[in-house]
Design a protein around this ligand. Structure first.
Ligand SMILES: NC(=O)c1ccc[n+]([C@@H]2O[C@H](COP(=O)([O-])OP(=O)(O)OC[C@H]3O[C@@H](n4cnc5c(N)ncnc54)[C@H](O)[C@@H]3O)[C@@H](O)[C@H]2O)c1
Length: 394
């Protein structure tokens, strides 16, 4: 590995300052590293430089403190030539054909290749299909004339950020790291060990990429399992929520998952598709579990609508023209700002005015049993309400 003798201006440049990149930059700043943040969005960079946060997990004050501690948000890619480490956290949405859209990854590493200097550690954190680091990122970086594992270090380390989680943050969530060579794994592990308690090395980049997809596919499939059970338990007049509470008392071999009106967010509905798309296009056969789970989870919104229709029918009302109040429209409980929530009397009035109220997501601001008392009909897709003659759970 070629090393440089000159000291670099930055210890790390984080590329992509979103839900993943910004908390990472914050952790690096807190550990005393000199950090720049590179983003193509001039508006995001200007906001951050002015101490304004655009993500739930960091407050304006957090960002202002980062800036005071030397965090340098920028749109100027020349910082890439003056840093020891580059961590890429750009988005990887679904493309129209169901695979990952790697446009932002390609664009950011193409820019990086133009500035890459020997001795740099490059880590990809964006979630993607197995093989991306080696087959997409490495060839682009090597257009610089430098070789991975020889002139620069290359690794993949999946992000495990859980927005809104007050217990597990970057420091106490173990970090999986897989390098292009054992020396790359070691370089990346040493970097993360500066601000993460436990680093878990894997054999290579593919194992690290696939570990992330296994984690999210596991959740996706188990959610689909209880979603499918929700349907027949309802038909059999079995309270699935009680079933899960009973089953979860087993201290080993069982983890509780809960049904819901569908799956949201970035990871669960999207990541398993990367894996099934990759298996199908490379190997020509399906990843059946993922495809079935996808089918079941995707059908949940329509199932909830059917349950709403059934509940209205009980009151002799048609769905057409009915006033349906949906409570909780973020994909996760408790995240997003509560400051604009309606005051309790306003909420009660809105609930009393609706033909049916559907709880899609629970929030601290809701006293669900109280709201159900005010409602004509209440359908709870989260298992929070105490069932009664007019309040039912999915
Ligand atoms: N949000 C999560 O909870 C979560 C959890 C685990 C993994 N991930 C993964 O992490 C990656 C990033 O997700 P996110 O939620 O932080 O995305 P995000 O949309 O919040 O942020 C991405 C940022 O990257 C910037 N960007 C886009 N193209 C760029 C480019 N070419 N160069 C520089 N900056 C660019 C955007 O302007 C934006 O600020 C994705 O692959 C995602 O799957 C996200």
């Amino acid at each position: 590995m070629a090393t440089t003798v000159t000291r670099r201006r930055y210890d790390v440049v984080v590329v992509g300052l979103g839900y993943v990149g910004l908390p990472l930059a914050q952790a690096a700043v807190h550990s005393g590293l000199v950090v720049a943040g590179l983003d193509t969005s001039a508006a995001t960079v200007a906001d951050l430089a002015a101490g304004r946060s655009h993500i739930d997990d960091l407050s304006d004050d957090d960002v202002a403190k980062m800036v005071v501690s030397g965090f340098d948000p920028t749109t100027d890619a020349t910082c890439l030539a003056d840093t020891s480490t580059v961590v890429v956290c750009v988005p990887t949405p679904l493309s129209p054909d169901g695979g990952p859209d790697l446009a932002a990854v390609r664009a950011s590493v193409t820019t990086l290749a133009e500035h890459l200097v020997p001795g740099t550690l490059v880590v990809l954190e964006s979630t993607t299909y197995p093989g991306t680091t080696d087959e997409v990122v490495r060839p682009i970086l090597e257009t610089s004339g430098l070789r991975a594992g020889v002139d620069f270090h290359l690794a993949f380390s999946p992000e495990r950020i859980d927005p809104g989680n007050a217990v597990y943050g970057i420091r106490n969530t173990p970090k999986v790291v897989g390098g292009h060579t054992p020396a790359c794994t070691e370089a990346a592990s040493s970097f993360y060990a500066l601000f993460v308690d436990t680093v878990v090395p894997t054999r290579g980049t593919r194992e690290a990429e696939t570990a992330k997809l296994l984690e999210n596919t596991y959740r996706h499939i188990n959610i689909a399992l209880v979603n499918e059970m929700a349907r027949f338990c309802h038909d059999l007049d079995i309270d699935l929520w009680e079933v899960i509470e009973a089953a979860r008392t087993k201290p080993f071999g069982f983890q509780a998952f809960y049904p819901g009106p569908g799956v949201g967010g970035h990871c669960i509905p999207i990541d398993p598709n990367y894996l099934s798309h990759n298996v199908r296009t490379r190997l020509g056969y399906p990843f059946r579990f993922v495809e079935l789970a996808q089918e079941i989870n995707a059908a949940m919104p329509a199932y909830v609508v059917r349950r709403v229709q059934d509940a209205l029918n009980e009151d002799g009302r048609a769905l057409r023209g009915a006033k349906v109040l949906l409570l909780g429209v973020t994909y996760k409980a408790y995240i997003a700002d509560q400051r604009e929530s309606p005051a309790v009397p306003d909420l009660r009035a809105a609930v009393a005015d609706a033909d049916i109220v559907v709880l899609l997501q629970h929030h601290r601001a809701y006293d669900v049993d109280d709201l159900a008392d005010w409602a004509r009909r209440f359908l709870d897709t989260r298992g929070v309400v105490t069932p009664s003659s007019h309040a039912e759970r999915l």
